[in-house]
Design a binder for this molecule. Structure first.
Ligand code: GDP
Ligand code: MG
Length: 244
């Protein structure tokens, strides 16, 4: 059975982290977890240390970064850590800590990554969607996806989603040191780079569930910044194709 790792970036997720770890480990999949915490003021990382010590041992890993720098930077640190591990993970899953990404979809991801290089959990394919999202949040998300899709000329419908699975080779091919985005646009940049390399991409339907505990870190500023970054990405197309 192929071995994978779920990277979960956290910032003040102390009320969610145990439940999400428990849900992942209770699936009968060959998955480890790597938490990348940006020095959460609520000390999420201490809870993780306790879980490592008392429950999950070497299946649960933790990186604590110095300060909050956005989820993109956290993921890049996580990707680099995973690629440096001697035991060699075959695939890497991105998942939020707040249970918006239901772990029940993980078996489908693991199945699909056998045949594809990037599996995207998608709200915008038949069977996908979002529950309890205020209309304006839905509009922002869909509008952001449409804008990016048209501008970049890619066919991915849910281009901003953060529940996905990369085959290891994809992360080895992409130059992680030239990623220009860190917030909301990070998913767009990764997707664009994967698409330009002609990797095989599939979207599988997911229902995105609104978080119950803790607070979202998404702000208007982060969103507006993302719109500009998409233009920069398009202008860099040639460079990305040459350098990865
Ligand atoms: N390490 C780290 N994690 C972050 C940061 N910003 C958000 N996250 C995590 O990324 C995931 C998605 O963030 P969230 O605030 O739920 O975004 P939303 O779902 O778009 O509202 C959650 O697990 C957050 O804890 C950050 O700056 N650093
Ligand atoms: Mg969330």
């Amino acid at each position: 059975m192929k071995k994978g790792i779920v990277i979960i970036p956290t910032y003040n997720e102390i009320d969610n982290i145990e439940v999400v770890a428990q849900a992942v480990f209770s699936l009968d999949l060959n998955l480890d977890i790597l938490i990348v915490d940006d020095n959460s003021p609520d000390k999420t990382y201490e809870k993780v240390r306790e879980l490592i010590k008392e429950s999950y041992g070497d299946r649960l890993h933790l990186i604590v970064r110095e300060k909050k720098e956005g989820l993109g930077k956290a993921y890049i640190a996580g990707f680099k850590w995973v690629l440096a591990q001697p035991e060699g993970y075959d695939f890497v899953i991105e998942m939020d800590a707040d249970l918006s990404h239901n772990p029940k979809y993980l078996p489908r991801f693991v199945e699909a990554i056998e045949h594809y290089d990037l599996v995207i959990g998608s709200r915008y394919v038949p069977g996908g969607g979002a529950t309890d999202w205020p209309l304006f949040r839905k509009a922002i998300s869909y509008g952001g996806s449409l804008y990016s899709r048209l501008l970049l000329g890619v066919t991915i419908k849910d281009i901003t989603g953060g529940f996905k699975c990369f085959r290891r080779e994809v992360l080895e091919t992409i130059n992680l040191d030239t990623i220009i985005t860190s917030g909301y646009a990070f998913q767009i940049e990764m997707n664009y780079k994967v698409a330009l390399k002609n990797f095989r991409i599939i979207e599988v339907p997911i229902i995105f569930e609104e978080r119950i505990r803790g607070a979202s870190k998404m702000t208007k500023k982060v969103f507006i910044e993302a719109l500009g970054k998409v233009i920069t990405l398009r202008l860099n197309k040639r460079k990305i194709m040459e350098e990865g």
